[in-house]
Design a protein around this ligand. Structure first.
Ligand SMILES: Nc1ncnc2c1ncn2[C@@H]1O[C@H](COP(=O)(O)OP(=O)(O)OP(=O)(O)O)[C@@H](O)[C@H]1O
Length: 252
């Protein structure tokens, strides 16, 4: 379904991404891990259509990503939704949480007001956002609640693929786990494919079947997360070593 074909990106003669290629099948989950500066966010921005690759292309169900501002762009991107690390900028501070979650339905569907309202309540409940919070503005939410609102906003148009860029990095461990459990259950319920970008390898095994390890814009290896512990690659081993040094738990 998502087919990343030999993506490279150069900015001012500097190579940011070099020959990234992988596929992500329906209902599967892939983590993209690597230390800061390895090119993860650039890859996410290219998948989103915010940046163009220098070479290579992206197909979704066999269809190449359309140019921005075309009619095809809208329907292509209805299938792929994103949740970002930069949470403070993800929701409009002047809108209520209800309006924010409703917004993509206004842009991407022809649903009537009442039907939109039913869906907003349904998705708020799905992500565990208490109903009274829907009339609040984003600044009144905790980090975990804010992230749930972003997830509800992304999922309400029933995308086939959800791309998450560092979405739990700013949360404490308990909230990290509830968000990961939420993604697991939504994934199973909606046959959602998940691309989970993180610098934190400890989060990967509980959520993703496969892992793409990146370093300096290149693919180090693509490996099943169940086999991570036995990776022969020195860079993957060093990332794993860092996780163990921090004393984090390994959730299989
Ligand atoms: N517009 C740009 N101009 C110049 N260099 C850039 C630009 N965008 C990204 N880079 C460089 O590309 C490299 C990869 O950045 P990117 O943000 O994709 O990495 P990352 O793995 O997501 O890091 P982090 O986890 O810190 O967000 C970095 O060295 C960064 O400085």
């Amino acid at each position: 379904m998502l087919d990343i074909q030999h993506i490279s990106k150069r900015i001012a003669f500097k190579s940011i991404l070099e020959d990234i290629h992988f596929t992500l099948q329906t209902g599967r989950s892939l983590a993209v891990v690597g230390e800061s500066g390895s090119g993860k966010s650039t890859l996410a921005r290219i998948i989103m259509g915010l940046e163009r690759p220098t070479s290579g292309r992206i197909l979704f169900n066999g269809v190449p990503a359309p140019e921005r501002k075309t009619a095809e762009f809208k329907s292509w991107y209805q299938q792929i939704q994103f949740v970002f690390q930069n949470t403070a900028a993800s929701l409009d501070p002047r809108m209520t949480i209800f309006q924010s979650i409703e917004e993509p339905l206004c842009h991407l569907t022809k649903l009537r007001k009442n039907d939109r309202k039913v869906l907003v309540h349904e998705y708020a409940a799905k992500v565990g956002l208490p109903q009274p919070l829907l009339s609040s503005v984003p600044s009144h939410l905790s980090g975990g609640q804010y992230q749930r609102a972003c997830i509800a906003k992304a999922l309400i148009v029933r995308p086939k693929l959800l791309v998450c860029d560092e979405i739990v990095s700013n949360l404490d461990v308990i909230h990290q786990h509830t968000i990961i459990e939420l993604l697991q259950s939504l994934q199973a319920e909606q046959q959602l494919s998940l691309l989970f970008i993180t610098h934190d390898l400890s989060l990967v095994p509980s959520l993703c079947e496969d892992v793409l390890v990146m370093k300096d814009g290149r693919m180090v290896e693509l490996i099943q997360s169940a086999l991570l512990n036995s990776s022969q690659h020195p860079y993957t081993a060093s990332l794993l070593g860092a996780v163990k040094l921090l004393g984090q738990h390994w959730h299989h």
